[in-house]
Design a protein around this ligand. Structure first.
Ligand code: A2P
Length: 342
């Protein structure tokens, strides 16, 4: 492509959509134009962008004519219907929903891990689940060195991952409880304020939630290695921004905590914060608003031959969603593959 791409942001009024606009602006993404789309109810809403305002348009079937790139974050149903229409109109889609992630014809990409998978895109590229993204960014440099056999992950996930309504629900519940009022959960099945919910998304027949199985399946696809065993427990916690994860990793070969720290400190997109003597470790409140994946509490699992424990934190709306999508678009541009193959 010789000219700068025309970019559609679909779901622009949502938590991730707003962050996508911010990320395009902050990274000075070379767009010839950025247009914001959402549902009919948001048509006409103004969103701040580049010192001015964008007027939100209603997403329609013919919305993608004349666009080169669409960043989708409007839920699975919208992606299922509109992403193929966009690709048909010659517009490459980077989709944040789970609709296309496990489709064998759709690359699932984290630029620090598997950028080369972008070479076989057919017009739609899937952005992985937020908790999977930060986990694989931390695991990849360790896997390359010592080959991961198994990962046991427990997550502590912020409400922003559920969208604007969930952010509002936590805010409302905190204030209701302080004022002695009853809370009425709407977004989550139970009270989220001052609570932890060991359920993210729906339960499946095997007793795991959909979120847990996303971490299992997406990790194998992104890492390009079906032999990596992952077992997950995903938990929603009353935090606004930033997912935290406890990882227990078993390797084929020995890897000392010092070697892991060295590998991670050289890895793209990773910052190591691991000074227990100074009480310094990654925390959601520090990761919020940051681009990197933060890793700390690196120590041996003393119960197995080759095992490490890690604590991994990232801003789920940025690296877990908007930033990863924009980074994908940047690689497409750099490699001159921002086009739908004929
Ligand atoms: P709207 O605000 O008009 O409902 P979040 O994940 O924070 O809830 O945001 C979801 C985003 O997806 C919002 O921008 C929402 O727009 C958008 N969206 C939901 N359904 C549709 C749809 N059918 N067409 C276009 N955008 C949609």
């Amino acid at each position: 492509m010789s000219k700068n791409p025309r970019v559609a942001v679909v779901g622009a009024t949502g938590a991730v959509g707003r962050e996508m606009l911010k990320t395009l602006e902050e990274r000075n993404f070379p767009a010839s134009e950025v247009v914001a789309f959402a549902s009919a109810k948001s048509a006409g809403v103004k969103l701040p962008f580049m010192g001015g305002e964008l007027t939100v348009r209603e997403l329609k079937e013919d919305s993608f004519i004349g666009f080169d790139l669409a960043l989708f974050s409007a839920g699975g149903a919208t992606s299922e219907k509109f992403a193929p229409l966009a690709a048909k109109a010659g517009c490459v889609v980077v989709d944040n929903s789970s609709a296309w992630r496990m489709d064998p014809g759709t690359p699932l990409v984290v630029p620090e891990v598997n950028p080369d998978d972008l070479s076989w895109h057919k017009g739609i590229i899937a952005n992985p689940n937020c908790s999977t993204i930060q986990m694989v960014v931390a695991l990849k440099p360790l896997h390359d060195e010592a080959t991961i056999k198994r990962v046991v992950v427990s997550t502590y996930q912020a409400v922003s991952g559920t969208g604007q309504k969930a952010i509002a629900e936590l805010e409302a519940q905190v204030s209701q409880l302080f004022n002695g009022l009853e809370v009425e959960p709407k977004v989550y099945p139970h009270q989220i304020a001052f609570n932890c919910l060991p359920q993210i998304d729906v339960f499946l027949e095997n007793g795991y939630t959909k979120e847990e199985m996303k971490m299992v399946l997406e990790t194998k696809k992104i890492m390009g290695d079906d032999s990596i065993q992952v077992t997950a427990t995903t938990v929603r916690v009353p935090v606004f921004y930033g997912h935290s994860e406890s990882l227990n990793v078993e390797f084929e070969q020995d890897l000392s905590p010092d070697e892991a720290r060295m590998l991670l400190s050289r890895a793209p997109g990773v910052t190591v914060v691991d000074f227990p003597e100074k009480k310094a470790y990654p925390m959601a409140i520090d990761a919020a608003g940051q681009d990197d994946v933060f890793v700390g509490r690196i120590r041996r699992d003393e119960t197995i031959a080759h095992g490490l424990n890690l604590w991994v934190v990232a801003d789920n709306i940025r690296k877990g969603a908007a930033l990863n999508a924009v980074q994908i678009a940047e690689v497409l541009l750099k490699r001159n593959i921002l086009r739908v193959p004929k």
